[in-house]
Design a protein around this ligand. Structure first.
Ligand SMILES: N[C@@H](CCC(=O)N[C@@H](CS)C(=O)NCC(=O)O)C(=O)O
Length: 132
């Protein structure tokens, strides 16, 4: 793949940003972290995510992608030759998306110890459960 410019707008304590950082690291992608103050939103953030005005935002070759789960899926599809994050099988992928949505709706912290408990509870099937 040609030279890539990958920037990630984050807030250091955001579990949603961590989710994306893990995905990029898992794929071995070099990226620039751009820390944001969400109490004083930058023009870059407002222009990149005008709908939700939230981090994380991935900016890949000047194109912004918003929403952490959408970003993880984008990363998985764009850098296909590295470790897969989501299952390839459509059914397994749907199950992964279901649990990711469940975790969000139950307001669980998407990373961290609670997730490990959750993974054990449902008999987690691989890194995607932890990451998502
Ligand atoms: N559903 C979003 C949630 C992102 C989110 O809630 N980001 C928080 C930081 S953890 C944020 O930017 N908050 C600023 C605000 O709400 O104005 C995602 O998955 O990316």
């Amino acid at each position: 793949m040609a030279e890539q410019e990958v920037k990630l707008l984050v807030k250091w304590c955001s579990p949603f940003a961590m989710r994306v950082e893990w995905a990029l690291k898992l794929k071995g992608i070099r990226f620039q972290v751009v820390e944001q103050d969400t109490t004083k939103k930058s023009t870059l953030l407002l222009n990149s995510n005008p709908i939700y005005k939230k981090i994380p935002v991935l900016i890949h070759n000047e194109k912004p992608i918003c929403e952490s789960l959408v970003i993880v899926e984008y990363i998985d599809q764009t850098w296909k030759n590295a470790t897969p994050i989501l299952p390839l099988d459509p059914y397994e992928k749907a199950v992964a998306r279901f649990w990711a949505k469940f975790v969000e709706e139950k307001n669980c912290h998407p990373v961290g110890l609670r997730h490990w408990d959750f993974q054990l509870e449902i008999g987690g099937k691989g890194p995607f459960v932890i990451l998502l």
